[in-house]
Write a protein that binds this ligand. Structure first.
Ligand code: N01
Length: 488
């Protein structure tokens, strides 16, 4: 089987790319999905309380805005239903192949196409869109002695919905964006909750409200009004980027977070344990009204001394305290800077994307990679954000990909890749901006950084500047790849 385009993944990036391909008149494409349904992270994450911490009004495609959101911050099932609706309205399901995993993609220099091997067989594609997302592969620490654990353990992104937590002694490892959403949900159910916190997060209040029927009808009837509200919210959030660059603004925001903590936690010892020691914004800012009250309940113990080992049915902390545990929930994040997909995609030199990205992930326009013709990675390196909707970035990258595909069609070129110079220029701009941000001066380490400490995940500027930088393709930044350019 041969197709014009193979898209890997059916989350926001894959679906957005598919819609824009159809708009371009390209419908010869497949969407390969390892899960049994579409939706990506919004299908896979089934932990209780899973919701978006970016306002709903911003969390939809610009071309499929949603007047029907039920509240300010939507929950995962509603976002999944939105994605299913977009896919159905655009007839995408007939392109989708579920329960199929990409095992290898290699650039065929003579045929000028990608040869794909999946768990279900082989196919080829002129163009490959890797839309698997940076937060799809769970990262789970190998705790000393975990093999001796006699209870049940799972990762928050692989939630065991069959496992009844009622009356259990539960350990939660990690206090990031996922943990703070499900801890308040499970705390009332469990007998005891030992929360192993390595680094506390800055948490701000969540101003949520339900949208009434009239409001929804109004937005349905007057889409311009919906766009206006969305545009205003976008502008306000965009201003928040300033706090990632200016210490005084970061300090003001930090004060707001400190007041939130003071208002919700009266015990000074617990408050001290929950107070971060780095600048606001350096790690992802979390949004919750329920986390602090939940961890203040008598059945919760916040353990800050680190984990020494697991011993049978106990977790022993570095301070020597032993915690009897029936269930361990790893809320320990994802392999954002070491995506497994990069290990199976091989470019025109035969090396893998993982090798090309050692030690740092790099791409032109955060989307295309020198040495990997006709490949688009969405979201790609340095396209992440700390202050607004990733969908804005995804749409900017899709616009770039469509621009390149259009250029190939208009010029009759079978294969292109960014020039080394164009990629270097783009990466240099990021490297120049990054030191001016809180991610450089904030005094923390986070999943934004790779093993070398280099921040290869975030865009260090306003999001509108990202769109300016990537949405339009400069033809000079690309070179045609001829069939003979196969070797080193
Ligand atoms: O993961 P995380 P997450 N021993 O990496 C700790 C997105 N998201 O799944 O900070 C002990 O944030 C680690 O500690 P430390 C969002 O972009 C979005 O919660 O490294 N602890 C940290 O506390 C988010 O940023 C939504 O010291 C260990 C935690 O585990 C991203 O997903 C909702 C450890 C990991 O936190 C990831 O969030 C949820 C170890 N060995 C998630 N290793 C939205 O609402 C790690 N930790 C859009």
């Amino acid at each position: 089987m041969h197709v014009r385009v193979a898209i890997i993944g059916t989350g926001f990036s894959g679906i957005g790319a598919a819609v824009r391909l159809l708009d371009e008149g390209i419908d010869d494409f497949v969407m390969i999905e390892r899960d049994s349904g579409l939706g990506g992270t919004w299908r896979v994450n089934r932990y209780p309380g899973c919701a978006c911490d970016i306002p709903s009004r911003l969390y939809s495609f610009s071309f499929a805005q949603n007047p029907s959101w039920s509240q300010g911050y939507s929950e995962a099932p509603e976002i999944l239903a939105y994605l299913e609706r977009v896919a159905d309205e655009r007839g995408l399901r007939r392109h989708m192949r579920f329960d199929e995993q990409l095992e290898r993609a290699g650039w065929d220099a003579q045929g000028q196409r990608w040869q794909l091997e999946t768990s279900r067989g082989a196919l080829s594609a002129d163009i490959l869109i890797a839309a698997t997302g940076p937060l799809s592969e769970p990262s789970e620490p190998r705790l000393p002695g975990i093999g001796t654990f006699t209870g049940h353990a799972f990762h928050s992104a692989r939630w065991d919905t069959e496992h009844d937590l009622r009356d259990r002694r539960v350990a939660v490892i990690g206090t990031g964006a996922s943990a703070i959403q499900f801890v308040p949900e499970i705390q009332p159910l469990v007998r005891s909750l030992s929360l192993f916190q390595r680094t506390p997060a800055w948490i701000v209040p969540r101003y949520n409200r339900r949208y009434g029927r009239r409001e929804r009808e109004l937005f349905r009837a007057v889409p311009t009004l919906m766009s206006l509200v969305r545009g205003t919210m976008y502008g306000v959030r965009e201003l928040q980027f300033l706090s990632f660059r200016h210490r005084a603004l970061a300090a003001a925001m930090q004060r707001m977070s400190e007041r939130h903590l003071e208002a919700q936690v009266s015990d000074p010892t617990l408050r001290a344990a929950l107070t971060p020691g780095y600048t606001f914004g350096c790690k992802r800012i979390l949004v919750s009204n329920e986390f602090y009250p939940a961890v203040s309940r008598p059945n919760v113990r916040v353990v800050t001394s680190g984990i020494r080992e697991v011993r049978g049915h106990e977790i022993v902390a570095l301070d020597g305290s032993a915690h009897e545990i029936d269930t361990i929930i790893f809320a320990t994040g994802f392999k954002a800077t070491d995506p497994p997909l990069a290990r199976v995609v091989h470019g025109r030199h035969g090396d893998s994307l993982h090798e090309a990205w050692s030690p740092n992930m790099r791409a032109h326009a955060s989307t295309t990679v020198h040495g990997f013709p006709n490949l688009f990675v969405i979201p790609g390196p340095n396209s992440g954000l700390g202050h607004t909707s990733l969908i804005y970035m995804i749409e900017s990258q899709i616009a770039h990909a469509i621009g390149v595909i259009r250029m190939m069609r208009d010029r009759g070129i079978a294969a292109v890749e960014p020039t080394a110079a164009a990629q270097e220029r783009y990466v240099r701009r990021i490297d120049r901006e990054m030191p001016r941000t809180v991610w450089a001066f904030g005094g923390c380490s986070s999943w934004y950084q790779d093993a070398t400490g280099h921040n290869s995940t975030l865009w260090p500027d306003f999001s509108f500047r990202f769109r300016q930088a990537v949405a339009t393709v400069r033809p000079d930044d690309y070179a045609a790849v001829s069939p003979d350019r196969s070797g080193r």
